[in-house]
Ligand binder design. Structure first.
Ligand SMILES: [Zn+2]
Length: 215
C-alpha cells in the first residue's frame, strides 16, 4: 500500500490522502479534520487494512466519523468490517444501493440522494447520482476547487466504468458521463488508479465519446 498526500499534486487539495492498495481493491480517500471522513474502503484484505494507514497519516489513531461509498461493489466496501470494529461511524451510500448493504449488519446506514451535500474536512461536496456502472453509483463534486471524486463511473484518459456487471446499464452510464461533461472539473480522483489534474474536462469528454462508440 502507499499513501499519497494530494496536496503534493495540487495545493488546493489540503489534508486529503489517497491510500492505494494491492490486488483488486479500490482507492481509499481520507479527509482530515476534527473527525475523519473516508471515501470507499477497499476490499478488506489483510494487506489492505486501513487503520494502520490512518495511524501513519495522522501519527495516531484518529476518530473516523463517516464513510461514503461511491457504490456497493466488494472492492469498495470490503474494508467496512475493519472500520465498524473500531469506530461508531455513519456508512453512507446512495439510496438505490441501501438494500444491497442492509443484509450486512450495518447499524448506521444512511442514504444519500442526488443534490445532497456532504462535508468532508474543509470541503463541501455535492452528490451527483451517476448510475450505469451500478444503479446507485455517485460522484462527489466540490464546487470551489472543482474536484471530482469519480468512483468507478469515469477514469482518466478516456476510460469509463464497466457496465456489464449485474445491475450495470450502458444507457444509464452514457447519461451519467454526459452529465459529467457539463461540469467544470480541475481534478479527477477516481476509484482506481492515480488522480489526474490536467485537461480533465477533455478527458471526461473522451470517456463519453468512447462509451458512446461501444454501441
Ligand atoms: Zn465497481
Amino acid at each position: 500500500m502507499a499513501i499519497i498526500n494530494l496536496e503534493n499534486y495540487n495545493a488546493s487539495l489540503k489534508d486529503i490522502y489517497l491510500i492505494t492498495g494491492q490486488g483488486v481493491t479500490s482507492n481509499i480517500y481520507v479527509f482530515g479534520g476534527e473527525t475523519i471522513t473516508i471515501v470507499d474502503s477497499g476490499n478488506g484484505a489483510e494487506e489492505n487494512r486501513i487503520i494502520p494507514q490512518l495511524k501513519e497519516i495522522f501519527s495516531k489513531i484518529p476518530n473516523v466519523s463517516k464513510t461514503i461509498l461511491t457504490h456497493f461493489h466488494f472492492d469498495h466496501i470490503g474494508g467496512l468490517d475493519e472500520l465498524m470494529e473500531s469506530y461508531v461511524l455513519d456508512i453512507i451510500i446512495h439510496k438505490e444501493e441501501v438494500p444491497f448493504l442492509r443484509d450486512m449488519n450495518i447499524k448506521r446506514l444512511k442514504e444519500i440522494n442526488a443534490g445532497d451535500k456532504i462535508v468532508m474536512g474543509e470541503y463541501l461536496f455535492d452528490v451527483i447520482h451517476t448510475p450505469g456502472h451500478s444503479p446507485g453509483s455517485v460522484c462527489l463534486y466540490e464546487k470551489k476547487t472543482k474536484f471530482l471524486i469519480s468512483g468507478d463511473t469515469v477514469f482518466p484518459n478516456g476510460s469509463f466504468g464497466r457496465y456489464d456487471f449485474p445491475f450495470g446499464n450502458h444507457k444509464a452510464l452514457l447519461q451519467s458521463l454526459k452529465r459529467l461533461t457539463e461540469i467544470d472539473v480541475k481534478a479527477m480522483l477516481p476509484g482506481h488508479g492515480l488522480p489526474t489534474f490536467s485537461k480533465v474536462n477533455q478527458q471526461i469528454k473522451l470517456s463519453f465519446m468512447a462509451a458512446k462508440s461501444y454501441f
